[in-house]
Design a protein around this ligand. Structure first.
Ligand code: ADP
Ligand code: MG
Length: 573
């Protein structure tokens, strides 16, 4: 939490000026009851009309100057809090962008979105209120008490009882509410998560006729949210009636004792009115203060959640000295590599060793869940090997600065992801300086040039996630984007799964023709996609067998089975 204060740094001056101007305003306010008292005692008592008018002028002036101070304070507070949240958003967004793969596996999108939006608004609001009111309210309360004592110390003794009683109520309720607000937030997260899943998965939900269950689930979570919200609401709703009862008893006592003392000629009528006014001021300020505390505790809970994002483990950028030697004996080498995902007891990759030279093509095959994606994700150090070494250009990937490592590797992930924009803007991710000719060349290799030409060429719009393209088109565009990078290592993770055999073959042929020194990893479930590779890695439950097509047909039963099943399939098809 305290860590967030760093982001206030640039707004220090505003953070001092806002409360300061609010104090000026408060001081003016404390004089109002005295002016009113003197109107009663001097103006009305002596029927002095010009004095009354003059004092009314003073009241208007106090009001006007107070308003000016208040607006100034508001300005500084708003400025400081928006600047603070802006800096904070930058930091959180940057942090999320650098989450380690392990964290990306476990972080929930919807809670991250609430943290970036609702929580941020709440923090901004809380800071604004804090700057303006946190000091002002106690200042007015104490100031009004002191003023009451200067008016009539005996009558002011009522204040000594009423103010602490009110404070106990205010702080008691505040302490009860802090943990409740946290619960409300996490219940809200759950509701949002279900809502999001229902929207994203609407088609699947319908296909499986799960609408009713999904609605039930939503209702259950929504009900849970309502229950906790109502409970919290009830407790915070106690605040106003309880404080009002206390303060009204105080005022009754004040007027009663005041009346007796006026009767005895000890104090004036104006003094009683002034005391009453101070009591009302205290009431108003304490109620404001209580509401303020509730808003601030909400904001503090939100700030805590934001702070948790900033504390999340991020990818270690590998500050090592390792360099990629393009001429080393092997460009990529696995030495007895094992890997287990966090929280999973089993190894997804078990003692894998192989090496790949530049210009070579490697096929990786195996059933789903065999560990193909896991294996290729170790090369750009998306995850780090649990045991053994992954070397690129002769250096352990853990020692190579991440940026240096990844600029040499182009990955087409299993799930093709495109970004909102145009085909051109997406292709430029691979190489920001590329010309249109370069882009078209890559699109041609990836067999994407034809369908793009039929649309609006490079200016074809891409909707969010690429949803205006078919699965196979998305895959081809992702491949083209990776080709733009002209990397030393190209990884295609099941990137032609949605393509027909002919297009798949044409794409592989074109990639091979333009391969040069690039080492290409092709992950596939079809032997036809990889049988011509220089090296084939067959994965079976994380265990690897390496060889050529012919060797593996001889020696590896799993490979033979996959091949024969598909070969038969093709012939009979
Ligand atoms: N992010 C993850 N967290 C935990 N386990 C995972 C994760 N990704 C994959 N696995 C597990 O690792 C194994 C290998 O998965 P994967 O490499 O994706 O297989 P393939 O790409 O061959 O289909 C599977 O048993 C899968 O359940
Ligand atoms: Mg996979």
């Amino acid at each position: 939490m305290k860590k967030l204060l760093v982001y206030l740094k640039g707004s220090r001056v505003q953070c001092v000026l806002a409360p300061l101007f609010k104090m000026f305003e408060a001081i003016l306010e404390l004089f109002v009851p005295l002016v009113v008292a003197s109107i009663i005692d001097k103006g009305i008592a002596n029927a002095d009309q010009s004095y009354i008018l003059k004092m009314c002028g003073v009241l208007v002036l106090l009001g006007a100057v107070g308003l000016a101070f208040s607006i100034t304070a508001q300005y500084f507070a708003a400025k400081a809090s928006t600047a603070f949240v802006k800096r904070l958003k930058h930091a959180v967004f940057a942090r999320i962008g650098r989450f380690s793969y392990e964290k990306l596996d476990s972080a929930g999108t919807s809670t991250l979105i609430t943290r970036m939006t609702g929580d941020m608004d709440s923090v901004q609001n809380g800071l604004n209120l804090t700057l303006r009111l946190l000091l002002r309210s106690p200042f007015v309360v104490i100031g009004a008490m002191i003023m009451a004592f200067t008016v009539d110390s005996k009558s002011a003794l009522t204040f000594v009882v009423v103010v602490p009683a009110l404070s106990v109520v205010v702080f008691g309720i505040m302490l009860l509410c802090i943990p409740l607000h946290k619960k409300v937030r996490s219940a809200l997260d759950k509701v949002l998560c279900t809502a999001r899943e229902s929207l994203v998965g609407a088609r699947v939900i319908r296909a499986f006729c799960k609408e009713d269950e999904q609605v039930d689930e939503f209702n259950r979570r929504n009900d849970a949210l309502t229950v906790i919200q109502e409970y919290t609401g009830r407790i915070s709703a106690l605040l106003n009636p309880v404080t009002c009862v206390i303060i009204n008893i105080g005022i009754a006592v004040l007027i009663y004792t005041g009346a007796i003392r006026v009767e005895a000629g000890i104090i004036t009528q104006g003094a009683v009115v002034a005391l009453y006014n101070y009591m009302s001021q205290i009431l108003v300020e304490l109620v404001k203060f209580a509401n303020l505390i509730i808003s601030i505790t909400k904001s503090v809970a939100c700030a805590g959640r934001i702070s948790a994002v900033l504390d999340t483990e991020i990818e270690d950028p590998h500050k090592g000295e390792g360099v990629i030697n393009g001429n080393s004996e092997s460009l990529v080498e696995f030495r007895n590599v094992s890997f287990a995902y966090a929280g999973s007891g089993e190894n997804s990759i078990e003692n894998v060793s192989f090496s790949v030279r530049k210009g070579e093509t490697v096929g990786i095959i195996g059933s789903t869940g065999a560990g193909k994606t896991t294996l290729v994700n170790l090369i750009p150090a998306f995850y780090r090997a649990s045991a053994g070494e992954v070397l690129v250009g002769g250096s352990n990937v853990n020692d190579i600065p991440l940026e240096k490592l990844r600029e040499r590797i182009a990955v087409v992930p299993q799930k093709a992801v495109l970004f909102k924009g145009t085909v051109r803007s997406n292709m430029l991710w691979g190489n920001p300086d590329a010309s249109d000719e370069d882009i078209i060349k890559s699109l041609e290799i990836a067999q994407a040039a034809d369908f793009i030409a039929e649309k609006q060429g490079l200016d074809t719009p891409v909707e969010q996630g690429g949803r205006n393209f078919s699965g196979g088109q998305r895959q081809r565009l992702s491949v083209a984007r990776a080709l733009m990078k002209k990397s030393d290592i190209l990884i295609l993770d099941d990137s032609s799964s949605a393509l027909d055999y002919a297009t798949d073959a044409a794409m592989r042929r074109a990639i091979a023709e333009n391969q040069g020194d690039t080492a290409v990893f092709i992950v596939s479930q079809r032997t036809s996609s990889i049988m011509h590779a220089d090296k084939i890695i067959v994965l079976d439950d994380g265990v690897a067998d390496v060889g050529t097509h012919e060797q593996l047909l001889e020696s590896n039963a799993v490979y033979r089975e996959i091949h024969l099943s598909q070969f038969d399939g093709e012939v009979s098809a």
